[in-house]
Design a protein around this ligand. Sequence first.
Ligand code: MN
Length: 422
Amino acid sequence: MIRANDPKIKSWVNIPENSDFPIQNLPFGVFKTKDKSPRLCTAIGDQVADLAVLAEDGFFDDLDIDKSVFSQPYLNDFMALGKTKTGAVRNRLSEILDDDLEEWDAKELADFFLHPQKEVEMLLPVKVGDYTDFYSSIEHATNVGIMFRDPENALLPNWRHLPVGYHGRASSIVVSGTPIHRPKGQTIPQGADQPVFGPSRLLDFELEMGFVIGKSTDLGQSVSTDEAEDYIFGMVLFNDWSARDIQKWEYVPLGPFLGKSFASTISPWVVSLEAMEPFRSPGPTQKPEVLPYLQYSGKKNYDINLEVDILTGKGTQKTITQSNFKYMYWNMAQQLAHHTVNGCNLNVGDMCASGTISGPTPDSYGSMLEISWRGSKPFAISEDEERKFIEDGDTVILRGWCEKDGTRIGFGECKGEILPVK
Ligand code: MN
C-alpha cells in the first residue's frame, strides 16, 4: 500500500468530520496570501500547508528535488518531476502531518506553513497548454442523441468504437470562484430562417471531471492503455459551461466552438491518481468489442460521487443532480490511448475532460439540458423559483468525493457565478 493511503494514519491537524481533505488525500494546489507569493500547497482538513516553506526548512532535502519547483505559480514543473518524486513528496507530507511520527517536529512550525483555507486565495493550479473534451458518458450521449437527432438511433455509428472528443479552448479555463459573464453570440430562433445576435438564453453547466497530464510524449509516440496512468498526474472537478442555443446553431459540421469556449471552471485541488487508488472501479462492458489499441485490463474506472448545487441570486441552494464518475463508458486510459494513437504529442499541463457525466436516471443527469429535457420540464429550486437553464445571479457548485471502508477523500468545490452579459 502507498504509505499516504494508509487508512490508519491520523493527523495532528484537526480534520472536521466528512472533510474532503483527511491525511489520506493530500492533493496539490497553488495559493497566495497578501504576504506570500504564489506557491504550491496541499490541503489538510480546513488548512492549506505551504510546500515552499516546508522545502526551505529542509523537509524534502533527501528527495533530490530542486526546491524552486515549490515556489512556482503552477504545478507544471512539480508534475514534470515524475511520479516517483511527486509520490515521494506526498508520502513525506503524510509523515510530516502524521500524529504518531514526531521525528519531523513540524508541529512547532505549524504557524509558518499552515493557513486556514478561508484566509488564502487558491489559484489556477495548472498552466494548461491544450485542452481536450471527450463525450464519454453513454447516458449523456444517448440523451442528447434522443433530443437532437433520432430517438431510434441516438448514438452515432462511431460512438461505441472510439471515445469521441474535440479540441477545446485552454485560455478560458479558470479556477473555482471566478465569475463568468453570460456569453453572447448568434442563435437561430425556433422556426426562423435567419439568425439573431444577443445574450445566450440557454446557458448550461456540464458536470465533468478533468485529468491533468504530468508526463510529456514526443511527436509520433503513442501511449498504450497499460501505460496511460503513468501520464496522468491527477484529477479535478470540471464545469464545461455551455451555451446550448449558440452550440446548436454553430456546431455543424466541425463541432463545438463559441458555445463552449467562453469559460470552463476547475476545482483548485488536483487529487493525485495515487490517492484515488483505493477507489478503482470496474467499467461497463463495452459492446461491440473495441479495437485492440483500445482494449485494457484491470479496473480503470473510479468510483467518484458527484453532485451539483444551484445557489440562486435570492440565496436558495439546492442539490439538483447526483451522478458518479464510474458510469463512464470510456475510461481515461482509453481516452489517452486514443488521443495519442495518431502520434499527437502530450505536454505537461494538458487537460482532458470526461464529457458530461450522466447516470441512468433523471436525478443523475449531468446538465440542465437533460434535467429540464431541453427546457420542456422546468424543475423547482424552491417554492417560488424554478429553472430550465441558468439565470443571471445563479452560482453552480460541483462537488466530488470518493468513499470506501470509512475513508473519504474529496475534490473540494468547483463553483462559478453567472453575471449578466458584459
Ligand atoms: Mn463538455
